[in-house]
Design a protein around this ligand. Sequence first.
Ligand code: XMP
Length: 326
Amino acid sequence: SWTTGNVIEEQVEAIRAQVGTKRAICGLSGGVDSAVAAALVQKAIGSQLTCVYVDHGLMRKGETEQVEKDFVAATGVQLKVVDAQERFLSALAGVSDPETKRKIIGREFIRVFEQAQAEIVAEGAAGGEDVAFLVQGTLYPDIVESGGGTGTANIKSHHNVGGLPEDLEFELVEPLRQLFKDEVRMVGQELGLPAEIVQRQPFPGPGLGIRIVGEVTQERLDLLREADAIAREELTAAGLDAEIWQCPVVLLADVRSVGVQGDGRTYGHPIVLRPVSSEDAMTADWTRMPYDVLARISTRITNEVRDVNRVVLDVTSKPPGTIEWE
Ligand code: XMP
């Protein structure tokens, strides 16, 4: 029967059998899935694991610091932080097609992991044994929606599934690939991860890169980061974090509309709020959240974020909309 204890026991055994005495690296994103995968693998192989956090510049405000602090404190895992902002930005320059963005981001992640692997080997960890394994927090829905399930169309390439390059050198370790999000949270709790990690709302690996409709630039990322931070702050202050599954904040970078701000005409961008309620992200409904909270978010974003003169609410379920816009 399904218990978190059984899942952990089975996976620990499977991971040991797969990895043996070699080394593994685990891409940590700051999200629940990669944190639980890392904790599970650490339980199985201990110091043979090194976690790699890629700061791709597509993170939300405060996220990098949180990973460095919370996760390391909770697990004592070996963490390598790679600053790859330049690399991702230049790889994404000029690209607006969503699937192309996803594939580029998936590929750059792997290139950074390869570099980290070379560095770890050069540092001579654990007898110079080669790093052959890459741990990913892939869940069952990621596989299904990337077209890996039976009889399903490819909806979008999740960065860690359909977005992987073909010349991948790593062997993958994916201990969560049969689980749904709520099950992953239970496993994480059982493994002793703190609530701040286990209860965190989902955030996609490609980050803000797939929340800018249009080309990704530094300026647009900074703008979206500000708008997102305001929305998150107000949702938390209103006590809505548990009720809302997640609330993507999207910048329509290629759209402009006329506004009036201060003493004149503006021609700025709209920000979309996409609060959704869901059990497993396979389907979702838009959250009927209080108008006064929406009003506060709208007022603050249009007052505080340059070049934004309109905030709109996405009232589409999944299906027909997906949760993320790209
Ligand atoms: P969609 O947009 O497909 O999203 O309805 C379903 C859930 O998956 C998250 N998501 C991702 N997570 N890598 C991830 O780790 C990805 O490439 C990715 N794309 C979407 C999304 O935030 C939602 O929770």
